[in-house]
Design a protein around this ligand. Structure first.
Ligand code: TXA
Ligand code: MG
Length: 330
């Protein structure tokens, strides 16, 4: 664990952001590494701090639907319906970008990702920023490129030490990144699954004029999105997805040799050996809330292998399953 990073209050954070600094901020999904979206030099600091290629677009966080027109050149009716149904909340909409707005944050793309976070501290921060003339905060997840997203202020301090000041908003209530919906192709296309599910999006639009059901990532020609890269969200230890039965069988064979294996499974295992075991909740939302903290904890305890029981096939598990499959692909 590193030395504690500077902890800020909302007004201090807003002042630093208005002055072009990078600040880690809480949201209901994961912590973000924020900077003024309209300040290209501040945005460049996000990319260098994170170690992320500068052509990967960032999400711009705004107070609500009223601010969307500052960044979006055009808001299709179905996108407006999604904003009204799910903002503030864990939903990012990709919209055509106003050419003069937030070009650096958009990584040069002609589109822009917008989200109004629901976390009360994030909302208070956005309000304090607006009072200082900052209308949008560009923020990717506050982790080094390719690594597990932070869901606690301590995770951010573990990643960046004292180099990044933190606005602490406690543990993130949702725990996995927002659902991303591309709204630039005439119908909603889900680029990244999250807490808000495809069926909820479809139900919201069912009686509107843009009722096309969301497609899945597989059928969509997705624009560049690092959250959609195969190997992403990876802990240091090698992660494998297995059935509960496979895990139990392998543990029985290994016996005491299973010491450096960490296990996250719904099945209650019979094993007396010293491996690290955390029980996966039966509830998908509870699992999402703790998933990244569990993976970080396994890394911190020196696990070299993490065996995770494959989540159930139901749609409520889509977000968790997606993050685990990417972690296993790393
Ligand atoms: O929950 C979240 O979305 C968190 C919190 C901090 O808001 N943010 C987050 O950001 O997960 P990040 O950068 O780690 O992932 C955002 C994803 C990336 O895959 C990025 O490429 C994609 O959104 N994205 C952003 N703008 C885009 C655009 N214009 N077109 C396509 N993808 C975009
Ligand atoms: Mg990320």
């Amino acid at each position: 664990m590193n030395t504690p990073a500077a902890l800020l209050d909302v007004n201090q954070a807003a002042t630093l952001l208005a002055a072009g600094q990078v600040v880690a901020i809480p949201t209901e999904t994961v912590y973000g590494l924020a900077a003024n979206a309209d300040d290209a030099r501040a945005v460049a600091k996000i990319f260098s701090t994170k170690g992320r290629p500068a052509d990967h677009p960032l999400i711009v966080h705004i107070q609500g639907a009223e601010q969307a027109a500052l960044y979006a050149a055009h808001i299709p009716a179905f996108a407006a319906q999604l904003m009204h149904a799910f903002w503030p909340g864990p939903l990012t909409l990709i919209l055509p970008r106003r050419p003069e707005a937030a070009a650096a944050a958009a990584g040069g793309q002609s589109s822009i990702g917008l989200r109004a976070p629901a976390h009360p501290t994030a909302q208070a921060l956005l309000q304090a920023c607006a009072a200082q003339g900052v209308t949008g905060l560009a923020a990717p997840s506050a982790n080094r490129f390719g690594k597990v997203s932070p869901t606690r202020a301590q995770h951010v301090a573990d990643e960046f030490g004292t180099t990044v000041p933190i606005l602490d908003g406690g543990a993130c209530a949702i725990g996995i990144e927002s659902t991303i919906v591309d709204c630039t192709r005439g119908a909603p296309i889900i680029l990244r699954p999250g807490h808000i599910r495809a069926e909820q999006i479809t139900a919201t639009l069912a009686d509107g004029h843009a009722a096309a059901p969301p497609a899945t990532t597989a059928s969509a020609p997705a624009p560049k999105a690092s959250g959609t890269l195969e190997a992403h969200y990876a802990p240091r230890a090698k992660l494998r997805l297995m059935t509960g039965l496979m895990i139990q069988t392998a543990l029985d064979v290994l016996g005491a040799d299973a010491k450096h294996i960490a296990i996250y499974s719904r099945l209650v295992l019979r094993s007396a050996s010293a491996q690290l075991v955390r029980r996966m909740p039966d509830d998908a939302e509870e699992t999402a809330r703790q998933l990244f903290a569990v993976l970080r904890e396994f890394d911190a305890q020196g696990a070299t292998l993490i065996w995770v029981e494959t989540p159930p096939a139901d749609a409520v598990w889509d977000g968790v399953r997606d993050r685990l499959q990417r972690a296993a692909a790393a």
